[in-house]
Design a protein around this ligand. Structure first.
Ligand code: BGC
Length: 569
């Protein structure tokens, strides 16, 4: 065959491979079916998750530096009831107790994050390494391993060192890429002999949109229409750089895996027979998950994002798109930098097309030209945004399979909250949520999606970002009013334990008995908790009432004494 013919064939083959990698998602498949009884593949991993700022507390102890969340939470009006994560669950001091809880549940893995400023107070490796912070994570990892619980470690769960925010503008600045790489490298050096599962970033969508677009999260910047895209661009580059560092320097010695954890809702077209709704739903997912997944799997932003943001930027009279551009070298550097995809998922939206006119103002949200809707029938037990829509999970998993070449997936977050006022440990709605979402994941595995593990969010009630402690995602209830931060198991602990020990849902009779049994055990703990307000009241008596009464007595006696003295004179 002549050379040109061979070249043509190679080109054609490459094209076929590329096109088939971005397979079409079939919107009509995976119908909402009834409950599926069956078990997960042998070796499927079950775990729970947490993050440093949400649980550790000890915000200014043992040489830790400030993070953007420490500073943000201390500003009035940023967090519900002006709460902070200063002490939170005191996980820094209570990790031994928490590992006992995990052991009791027979978990395979525990996902936690490393606080960057706890080990590098100024953010920079070249300046100062805080050995006390390193010791804390060493002790945590060692104890997990002693208990045969695999540590799954997130490098960045939102707590950027404050110094890096102040000096450089945080993720708006490209210099974060190499600072983050130094931090990652240090973690591999100190912990990599024992940690085999690394997650670079947790939910970069939230970091970018809530941190730099809407400002609801730290650092609280409202750089509408540009801030989120810029932050995301640097985060993707930082992820790729750390992945390459691991690959080049540590992988052959340490034999671990390194991925990222992306969180995404599912978007379902309002009207499946309407092509414009289908396209709007596709845009919703590409602007959410695809924004990060497409560069990491295929080397560039989703075509639809480039088109929409580019067109809108043009209409706004800008010379270039607000969506940054990867150079050809960057594209090949970024492509394929995931050993596994971590997936966080909570909820679903219905999507329909909605045009935002160009005079509407720049924003990530307006760029998408769509509207999000919810079905009022969907249960929404806790957080305002979280509706329980289990079938969306199966669809999302199938979408990942079809778009990104069926990668290895670890579900890194899934769970449901309740409002603070609801102190019922018999959390029926959470058992229901886990039962159905985990079942949809099982169906997805039967569809051929490559899911290897599941992480329930979260082990404990914890600091829920701008919502403070008002929304509780924990399997364990934490009494934050008590100095000792005691943990009480909710019924879902027993329920999740049964799923783990059966590795799924063996048969109807058994599964139906689980909830009943779990509720029996939680009633007694409920009584314990009901006693707590009394304890709280007694504390109030000793801490406030007693000193006040004593002071009054002293004052009165003084007055009485003076009165007596006067009469005598
Ligand atoms: C975050 C968690 C948070 C959860 C619920 C996730 O995307 O990673 O830290 O608790 O959402 O809001």
């Amino acid at each position: 065959m002549p050379r040109r013919g061979i070249l043509k064939l190679v080109y054609l083959l490459a094209l076929v491979v590329c096109v088939s990698a971005v397979g079409d998602f079939d919107w009509t498949r995976n119908e909402k079916t009834s409950f599926y009884y069956g078990t997960f593949p042998t070796g499927f991993l079950w775990g729970v998750g947490s993050s440093a700022y949400q649980t550790e507390g000890a915000w200014n102890k043992d040489g830790k530096g400030m993070s953007i969340w420490d500073v943000f939470a201390h500003k009035k009006g940023k967090i519900s009831s002006n709460e902070t994560g200063d002490s939170s669950c005191d996980g820094y001091y209570k990790f031994k107790d928490d590992i006992s809880l995990m052991k009791e549940m027979k978990l395979n893995h525990y996902r936690f994050s490393i606080s960057w400023p706890r080990i590098l107070p100024s953010g920079l490796k070249s300046e100062h390494i805080n050995e006390k912070g390193i010791k804390y994570y060493n002790d945590l990892i060692d104890l997990l391993l002693d208990n045969t619980i695999t540590p799954v470690v997130t490098l960045y769960h939102w707590d950027l060192p404050q110094v890096l925010q102040e000096k450089y503008g945080g993720w708006q600045n490209e210099s974060m890429v190499s600072y983050f790489n130094d931090f990652g490298d240090l973690c591999f050096e100190r912990f990599g002999n024992r940690v085999k599962h690394w997650i670079t970033f947790n939910n970069p969508w939230s970091i970018s949109v809530e941190g730099y677009e809407t400002g609801e999260h730290a650092p609280g910047l409202k750089l509408r229409g540009t801030g989120a895209y810029k932050a995301a661009h640097h985060i993707i580059k930082a992820h790729a750089k750390v992945w390459h560092t691991y690959d080049r320097k540590w992988r052959s010695k340490q034999k671990g895996l390194i991925g990222i954890s992306l969180t995404a809702d599912w978007g379902e077209p309002v009207d499946m027979s309407n092509q414009r709704d289908i396209e709007a739903a596709e845009r919703y997912i590409h602007f959410y998950l695809g924004w990060f997944a497409t560069p990491l799997f295929h080397g560039d932003y989703p075509q639809v994002m480039k088109e929409y943001v580019g067109r809108k930027s043009g209409q706004q009279g800008l010379g270039a798109s607000r969506l940054p551009v990867f150079s050809p070298q960057e594209k090949s550097y970024i492509r394929g930098t995931v050993d596994f995809l971590g997936l966080g998922h909570y909820t679903t939206r219905y999507i329909t097309e909605k045009n935002y006119p160009s005079g509407f103002g720049d924003s990530y949200f307006a760029d998408r030209d769509l509207a999000e809707l919810v079905d009022p029938q969907w249960p929404d037990p806790g957080s305002e945004w979280l509706y329980s829509v289990p079938w969306g999970f199966r669809r999302l998993l199938n979408f990942v399979k079809s778009q990104y070449g069926n990668p290895m997936i670890y579900v890194t977050e899934n769970g449901v909250s309740e409002k603070m006022l609801c102190t019922d440990l018999c959390d029926d709605w959470r058992m229901q949520y886990f039962r159905e979402y985990i079942n949809e994941m099982l169906k997805a595995i039967k569809d051929g999606v490559n899911v290897k593990g599941y992480t329930a969010w979260s082990l404990l009630d914890s600091f829920e970002w701008d919502e403070g402690f008002s929304e509780r995602f924990g399997l364990y209830f934490v009494d934050f009013t008590n100095k000792d931060k005691p943990r009480y198991p909710k019924a879902s602990v027993q329920f999740y334990k049964r799923i783990i020990s059966s590795n799924g849902f063996p048969n109807q009779r058994e599964v139906e008995s689980w909830k009943r049994k779990a509720v029996e055990t939680c009633s007694s703990s409920n009584q314990l908790l009901a006693a707590d307000p009394l304890i709280g009241h007694m504390e109030m008596v000793t801490e406030i009432v007693v000193p006040t009464v004593c002071t009054l007595c002293i004052l009165l006696s003084a007055v009485f004494f003076m009165f007596l003295l006067r009469r005598r004179l």
